[in-house]
Design a protein around this ligand. Sequence first.
Ligand code: GUN
Length: 287
Amino acid sequence: MANIIDGKKIATDIKDEAKASAEALKAKGVEPCLAVVLVGDDPASAVYVRNKKKACEYCGIKSLSYELPASTSESELLTLIDELNANKEVNGILVQLPLPKTIDENKVLLRILPEKDVDGFHPYNVGLLSIGKAVLKSCTPAGCIELIKRSGVDIEGKNCVVIGRSNIVGKPVGMLLLAENGTVTTCHSRTKNLKEICAEADILVAAIGKPGFVTGDMVKEGAVVIDVGINRGADGKLCGDVDFASASEKAGYITPVPGGVGPMTIAMLMKNCIKACEAQNSEALNA
Ligand code: GUN
């Protein structure tokens, strides 16, 4: 039976580190601050935003909340972003996705100053990630790496297989594993021999969005299995991309769903808020 990686515990450790950093910053007269922007009334987004504000409170990071109606125009939202970009007190800007269809998401993400892009979605930050120089790494992928490292697993030289090639998880996870000197293969819907490739992985990251896609026969004995999937099963319960029952028979380490990767996204967001604040105040802090 595999060791179960406790994402909730690791996320709490990271939030506690962010809290200590926030206290240190405040002792030097700098208050970290995140602006959270929610447009429309998507109930899932409202829950995410509430949890992000709660995490800020826990960590001692000031949060400013902008809850705008679904009728908000693209230019109104861009004007708000410009104001937040110009506001020296705001270190991070988070625009909750998805946005209403009337607004071009890409245009909005491009408008956020890269140094305030705590989601790590701006192409500039994605570029830095790809050359191994990112300060603000996108939260879910960076959370996967933390789960592996804090379980005491060294990524260097390992055979890493990522299933899924999305811009928000699959691709950046692959780049981060590469930066840790892993040997990385990215699989996707057109990959031939996917099962065989997965079965060779020392570290297997599943980010496909298909419930129970990874079964025990695809897992190498002793492998680390990171499940990024958040799906609703036929029974209405939350489940991952990995069939936990069979995969955990083979894996050495495995993340559960819920309680694995999920809590890490917000924890890494808090870490990014601190990093953004430190970078924006480096002169004052080093004086
Ligand atoms: N919607 C779902 N996940 C995320 C996320 O990580 N960041 C933002 N901004 N929106 C999301």
